[in-house]
Ligand binder design. Structure first.
Ligand SMILES: Nc1ncnc2c1ncn2[C@@H]1O[C@H](COP(=O)(O)OP(=O)(O)O)[C@@H](O)[C@H]1O
Ligand SMILES: O=C(O)C1=C[C@@H](OP(=O)(O)O)[C@@H](O)[C@H](O)C1
Ligand SMILES: [Mg+2]
Length: 254
């Protein structure tokens, strides 16, 4: 085999791959616009799975099939990142109880001229029960299901700002639906600052002890970090935090 010849062939193929991928991304940007206009979800998992499976199954060489599958998965996943940057999508705020999700979310929605929804309030209005009572009498699992159901309904609205509850990300399917329909912003605030500002009486999960909130922070921090697209510190005033989020958002009405 002549290595120079082989490399020339590889270069020609790579040029075609790059050229075609560029074309693919240009179409993705058009799709982003269409999906925005028609309020369609950011990611369609069924379609993605189908694209990957079609090309994997088309490969007649069994040994190469896993490589085709991995290659197509990477193409789809990178294209979805590009799609995310081109769409105006829902903004989900996550983070510890008391981190400022509701307060920051309200201010952010005003700044972006969007509707604002607080997940806890939405659930209270829908069920006619307080969050405290749902957790105490129906159990946390039921409450997590309420969170999932409420998000499924809220995402049908035009792109909004949604402040979730501190534990919303504990449910994998809820994380998935948020990631498929928007951008997740982790609002991070120091526990000592949280404790300074919080009325513990109205936060059922925090009432037990101060140590509990520190433990909760340790436990949940890695989860907040791993599921979010953007992490913002809410350490000074609310308007600085709002500006920091707007700066960090891709393709927003900056
Ligand atoms: N940057 C900030 N500066 C001062 N107070 C803040 C700040 N962020 C949040 N707070 C206060 O902390 C408390 C908890 O905020 P909240 O928005 O209800 O948190 P969450 O919705 O994350 O539980 C509120 O009293 C709020 O006014
Ligand atoms: O951390 C949690 O598991 C919870 C946080 C609360 O929301 P905030 O984060 O707005 O306090 C509320 O959803 C419920 O009490 C459960
Ligand atoms: Mg809140």
């Amino acid at each position: 085999m002549d290595i120079q010849e082989a490399r020339k062939k590889i270069d020609t193929i790579d040029a075609l791959l790059a050229e075609n991928y560029k074309k693919r991304l240009e179409i993705v940007a058009d799709i982003a616009k269409y999906k925005d206009e028609h309020q369609m979800p950011l990611i369609d998992e069924v379609r993605d799975t189908d694209i990957i499976a079609t090309h994997t199954n088309d490969c007649s060489d069994e040994k190469l099939r896993p490589y085709i599958e991995a290659y197509m998965s990477a193409v789809v996943s990178m294209s979805n990142e590009y799609l995310r940057e081109h769409m105006h999508q829902h903004i989900f705020l996550i983070g510890m109880p008391g981190a400022g999700k509701t307060t920051v979310g309200k201010a952010l929605s005003k700044e972006l001229n969007r509707d604002f929804y607080d997940l806890d309030l939405t659930i209270q209005e829908k069920t006619g029960k307080s969050i405290q009572n749902i957790i105490i009498y129906d159990g946390e699992e039921k409450f997590r299901q309420h969170e999932y159901d409420a998000i499924r309904e809220l995402i049908r609205n035009k792109p909004s700002v949604i402040a979730t509850g501190g534990g919303t990300v504990l449910s994998e399917k809820t994380v998935q639906i948020m990631r498929n329909n928007g951008i997740i912003v982790f609002v991070n605030r120091d526990v000592t600052q949280i404790l300074d500002d919080l009325d513990l009486e109205i936060r059922p999960l925090l009432k037990e002890s101060i140590e509990y909130i520190f433990r909760l922070y340790e436990e949940r921090y890695p989860l907040y970090e791993s599921v979010s697209h953007i992490k913002i510190g809410n350490e000074s005033n609310i308007s600085d935090t709002v500006q920091a989020i707007i700066e960090a958002l891709p393709n927003t009405e900056k």
